[in-house]
Design a protein around this ligand. Sequence first.
Ligand SMILES: [Zn+2]
Ligand SMILES: [Zn+2]
Length: 157
Amino acid sequence: MDKMKAFIVADVGKLERVERPIPQIKEPDDVLLKVKAVGICGSDVKILEGKHHFKPGTVLGHEFCGEVVAVGSGVRHIKVGDRVAVDNNIRCGFCSFCRMGMSSQCVDIKTSALGVMRDGGYAEYCLVPKNNVMCFHRKLTMCSARKSKRWQRSSTG
Ligand SMILES: [Zn+2]
Ligand SMILES: [Zn+2]
């Protein structure tokens, strides 16, 4: 299996450069990205300082964008070669907050956020659910797109 370089938060204060297998499409809704730009957020710093929850061993990086290199069988709105921005907060769509249009408070966010509880963008590749990627205009650069926060309002800002 091919490997990629990644930065994981091994523990509080411990950012480690590691090699990991390149993620593979497993679910019909999966989208595999080649990461092209990623930001360093205040939340990343808080994680390393032990002031923000995280899952040890997770690839950090929750503000990123990239190019689609593979999609699952259930992905229709995104295709290989598309340039996409990522919303790192995976929402359930069923809890009372989601049903009231307040998905920023979804009960799943604290347990599933990319780059916090699930592998994020400080890696060469990242697996993202289809509902968390959005194509952006071809005139935008990757660096501009990864700053897009319009649809990212949540606990991991
Ligand atoms: Zn929800
Ligand atoms: Zn952030």
